[in-house]
Ligand binder design. Sequence first.
Ligand code: HEC
Length: 131
Amino acid sequence: MRWLPTVLLAGAAGMAAAQDAQLGERLYDRYCSACHGATGAGDGPMTRVLTPPPPDLRHLAAQNGGTFPRRRVVWRIDGRDPILAHGNEMPVFGDLLAGETLDIRDETGEVLHSTQPMADLLAFLETLQDG
Ligand code: HEC
């Protein structure tokens, strides 16, 4: 059974590659921190010119009964949901976060068609949650 550890390791590496919070942090710093702040607190330098102000991204799970609202967050960022995407100052990042397509699971376990960069960004946003 010498092959077993190799297979397990390959599996673990595959999972790590599926969602990489460190890559997500880089995307966040580049595209999001100007408004949402370096730590997600909603205190980026752009805040004073934005109405409404950018929300504190650390409480998304807490505000949703303790479950990170993956689907809403992804749709909000990629602009897929027209109601969520229009009528506010949150830019749409669908094109910027284009890349290899990747199906991720939303908070109910349903498949959410998305991309690798979005999955990484989501993993990083989940690390910001305060409870
Ligand atoms: C130009 C400033 C700006 C940038 C850049 C920006 N946002 Fe936002 N974001 C906002 C504002 C303002 C809102 C609130 C809009 C509203 O409530 O109508 C918002 C809302 C959100 C929401 C919705 C929260 C909720 O409760 O549903 C999420 C999630 C979010 N932003 C994530 C991101 C991510 C991730 C990035 C980077 C890819 C990003 N934002 C870049 C300004 C920005």
